[in-house]
Design a protein around this ligand. Structure first.
Ligand SMILES: Cc1cc2nc3c(=O)[nH]c(=O)nc-3n(C[C@H](O)[C@H](O)[C@H](O)COP(=O)(O)O)c2cc1C
Length: 186
């Protein structure tokens, strides 16, 4: 046994931290790095905002359906998420399949939970990442939007906390609906 904490307590800490990240803007877990690997087999990373975490550890973020990350997820839905809390020297790595959600209930989310000034980002006439022609203003669509939600269902989680006298590293894996944890050499 590497620590006085049990793996269950550490799992609970992970859940609590992620929940805070989704609900508190100032929490370090409010932003995370999303890594995708498309057909080019090169890892691509970017920061996104953690919007929701379910009891079953499904983590959601919002994005534009035309973005590169969506192209990658359509090609290969296995993604990796990276969270870091500098105050606690705590790193959480999460892996799992991503599901792209679009449709009526997602439209409702867009209308209710996405503030007006943020909605504009999903209504550009050209796809995000398209080169802008010199001095041409960005054009926006009036009716249409390209908002979608991506939900990542965690199946592997790795916890690492740097501390004295020994660091603490635990790997959690999901089998059916149950999580099991094991301490690792940090
Ligand atoms: C602080 C911050 C938060 C961001 N949040 C999001 C987000 O929630 N969703 C998103 O699609 N892009 C977000 N971005 C932009 C992405 O990092 C990225 O540049 C963009 O989505 C294009 O990525 P892609 O071309 O790899 O799809 C954020 C960027 C920053 C700096």
């Amino acid at each position: 046994m590497k620590s006085s904490e049990t793996t269950n307590q550490i799992f609970k800490e992970i859940q609590d931290e992620l929940l805070k990240g989704s609900t508190q803007k100032g929490h370090p877990f409010h932003y995370f790095t999303l890594a995708t690997v498309g057909l080019e087999r090169l890892s691509r990373q970017r920061i996104v905002v953690l919007r929701k975490v379910s009891d079953k550890l499904q983590l959601s973020f919002y994005t534009d359906f035309r973005s590169k990350k969506i192209i990658h997820i359509k090609e290969n839905n296995k993604v990796a998420l990276l969270f870091y809390n500098p105050e606690k020297l705590l790193q959480i790595k999460i892996e799992g399949p991503a599901t792209i959600l679009k449709g009526k209930s997602i439209e409702e989310t867009y209308k209710q939970d996405v503030p007006e000034q943020m909605r504009k980002a999903y209504t550009t006439a050209l796809a995000p990442g398209t080169p802008l022609e010199d001095s041409k203003p960005i054009e926006y669509l009036n009716q249409e939007n390209h908002f979608c939600v991506v939900e990542v269902t965690a199946y592997k989680i790795e916890y690492l906390k740097l501390r004295d006298p020994e660091h603490l590293r635990v790997r959690f894996s999901k089998h059916d609906d149950d999580w099991s944890g094991e301490f690792l050499v940090p």
